[in-house]
Design a protein around this ligand. Sequence first.
Ligand SMILES: C[S@@+](CC[C@H](N)C(=O)[O-])C[C@H]1O[C@@H](n2cnc3c(N)ncnc32)[C@H](O)[C@@H]1O
Length: 208
Amino acid sequence: MIFNRIFSGSYDFFMSFLEKKELKARRARLISGLTGKILEVGVGTGVNFEHYNHNTNVTGIEPSPYMLVHADKKRDLLLFPDRITLHNTGCGTPEMQKLIEPESLDAVVCTLVLCTIPEPQLAIKNFMKWLKPGGQLILLEHIRSHNKRKAKFQDKINPLWEKIADGCQLNRATDRMLTSSGFELLREDHFRLGIPFYEAEYIKPINR
Ligand SMILES: C[S@@+](CC[C@H](N)C(=O)[O-])C[C@H]1O[C@@H](n2cnc3c(N)ncnc32)[C@H](O)[C@@H]1O
């Protein structure tokens, strides 16, 4: 518990170098054009909030109450804070089925979160259920290396990493999970920031 508090309190500081170098610009590009009803999964400290435009109605979920304290503060600093509603829950809880109606969402936003969610494949299945046909799935995630030697190294250090990083799995092949998910790929970009990262936009096929 004390560790969760330390992780949430130091998250923005530890991420600040990567954010300035690359991630902030990518977040802005992915999020600023979204409109309509949006689910943001695992909002953390609320780093994405500043990028949503005023034509959005965002439901943010976050299971860590320590993270939520920071997210709440960031939301209150926005010009239109009411467009973001926060819930202390996570993917995989029964509450989610009550919170989100099938085919009700225009977009689902996942940034640095599918690495941590306990059942990512089930979560992706639910995103498909909750999105309207043509709705967008937005991803910015670190992933398992495509290089066998580097992936093995990720496997080796993962037990320590997940302890330090509050359950985050360094070696999760999120990009590969999406290829068999039924989502249609619009655009993807593999890049490195010390470790391999993946930025992508998918849509739920219209005829699904
Ligand atoms: C590395 S942080 C990323 C936070 C933020 N999305 C970002 O881009 O900086 C991962 C977040 O996922 C949250 N999380 C863990 N399990 C989750 C679940 N089942 N559903 C939703 N979020 C979850 C954690 O509490 C944590 O805030």
